[in-house]
Design a protein around this ligand. Structure first.
Ligand code: UDX
Length: 460
């Protein structure tokens, strides 16, 4: 992993070092960027304390340079529902209630021990603003998704009746959403399985982001310039765009699933830009029907593929036991299926030709950083918005408009791997990659934004 991009270092004397408390949301797509941010701030001379839930507790020995405090989140009381309840807002809202008292007590103890510069909490832990206000502690926010998504969330009509139960026959299904024309009616069904619950979560998150003292984003100004202007106008608190975090500081894998690193030697044997890398992230789950469509979509092309299937990703199955022997035989050595892989290294590998992704924000950024065009299969929450950006705004990916359906999948693979169209997408994403690299250099926007953040926190 290239760490040479960290060319700026505002050196602080030990006397001026101050403590920052960080509070990650305990899901990988959120905690990874929070730990990367913690490392970035540590290299800038700050002392780091992480308050974390018992659920998905981080491995303390991976971060010997941080202090840790664990709080009792009572999550075990509802965690058993996760195999049946597909509404993510339920869990996040539960944690916002169950963490309130233990978090407050933990913070009071920490503030008794030494002065603290600020709290940085995940934006989805919106309850922390009230506690920070009570304790007269400055709260900043890390929002782990895109600027475009924050704008989209503010515009999506969560409370409008009839918007979340469209069927394919309804005219609004394929039409743009009037309040937010970037997305279509059908995207709304994916953004929220429980519109009331998710709308409530989003409203609380945005309100407490506006009440905070600053917003930290894992994005790059050059990627989302008009969106940054809108956010600056709408939120009225300073925004710091110092992404992509993983290029400042790669995070060790925080997944409980072991990475399959042998796959890198298999990639070494494949021709340049030939392999379709397929992964739908750390949370999304699909039905067996969808799973079979993905499988035959991949099998029906001539390209080699690497497919990450997390244990439990297919609803009702442990792993890949529903794939037929006929499928396995037809694929042979052309395809590899693994439980987890070193994704950033796979994307950076010369053999990787495209990324078939769910468009989680980390995966999308990682693909851009390696100049890899995408096939987009958003599953839920912010992913449909990010996928529209990839397909329609940046034009670096093909969105599978009909979802998981083998004929459409095979066509998209052919378009991206063989057609001129795909070649244009590849050129555009490589141009974006170059802009990202420049932003990290001395004088570049992310580099400058990090300096501003350090100066801002030091001035608190
Ligand atoms: C969740 C939400 O689903 C997403 O919409 C939101 O933007 C962040 O939180 P997740 O499903 O975890 O995200 O996806 P993503 O944000 O893309 O993060 C996945 C991370 O897992 C990436 O950093 C990726 O490199 C890593 N990964 C994935 C691996 O290291 N190995 C794998 O095999 C697959």
């Amino acid at each position: 992993m290239d760490q040479t991009h960290v060319k700026n270092s505002i050196v602080q004397s030990p006397e001026t070092r101050r403590r920052i408390i960080l509070f990650p949301l305990p899901f990988q797509g959120h905690s990874n960027p929070m730990f990367q941010l913690a490392n970035i701030l540590h290299t800038q001379g700050f002392n780091i304390t992480i308050i974390h839930t018992q659920f998905n507790s981080p491995n303390h020995s991976t971060y010997p340079h941080f202090h840790f405090r664990s709080i009792n989140d009572q999550f075990s009381e509802v965690d058993h529902l996760r195999s049946t309840n597909r509404d993510p807002s339920f869990y996040v809202k539960y944690l916002n209630r169950s963490c309130e008292d233990p978090f407050r007590n933990c913070l009071i103890d920490l503030l008794d021990e030494e002065p603290v510069a600020c709290l940085i909490s995940d934006a989805m832990f919106y309850f922390t603003q009230g506690i920070a206000d009570d304790l007269k502690l400055v709260r900043m926010v890390l929002r782990t998704s895109s600027l475009g998504c924050a704008i989209g969330y503010g515009a999506v009509p969560f409370s409008k009746e009839g918007r979340f139960n469209l069927t394919k026959q309804d005219p609004g299904y394929e039409a743009s959403v009037p309040e937010y024309p970037l997305i279509k009616g059908k995207d709304m069904l994916k953004i929220a399985v429980n519109p009331e619950g998710y709308g409530d979560l989003v409203a609380n998150m945005l309100k407490q982001m506006k009440a905070s003292s600053g917003l930290i984003w894992n994005t790059i100004k050059e990627l989302e310039e008009p969106e940054l202007e809108t956010i600056n106008q709408d939120f009225q608190v300073p925004s710091f765009t110092l992404g992509p975090f993983h290029k400042h500081f790669p995070a060790p894998s925080s997944s409980s699933i072991k990475q399959d690193r042998d796959i890198l030697s298999w990639l070494d044997t494949q021709p340049p830009k030939s392999v379709i890398y397929t992964s739908f992230g750390s949370v999304a789950r699909i039905t067996d029907l969808e799973f079979q469509e993905v499988a035959y979509g991949l099998a029906n092309t001539s390209s080699p593929f690497l497919w990450v299937v997390r244990p439990g990703m297919v609803l009702g199955f442990e792993w890949i036991e529903s794939l037929s022997e006929k499928f396995m035989e037809s694929v042979g050595d052309r395809g590899r299926i693994v439980k987890w892989c070193p994704q950033q290294e796979v994307l950076a590998h010369p053999a990787t030709g495209c990324f078939w992704t769910h468009n989680g924000w980390n995966s999308t950024l990682e693909s851009i950083c390696e100049g890899v065009p995408m096939i987009c299969s958003p599953c839920f929450v912010d992913q449909p918005i990010i996928a529209r950006y990839a397909g329609d705004v940046w034009k670096i990916g093909i969105l599978l408009e009909d979802g998981f359906e083998r004929v459409g999948i095979a066509k998209a693979i052919e378009r991206i791997m063989m057609d001129k169209d795909g070649e244009e997408m590849r050129k555009r994403v490589i141009r974006l990659k170059e802009k990202v690299n420049l932003s990290l250099d001395e004088g570049g926007s992310s580099n400058e934004s990090l300096k501003s953040l350090v100066a801002y926190i030091s001035s608190l």
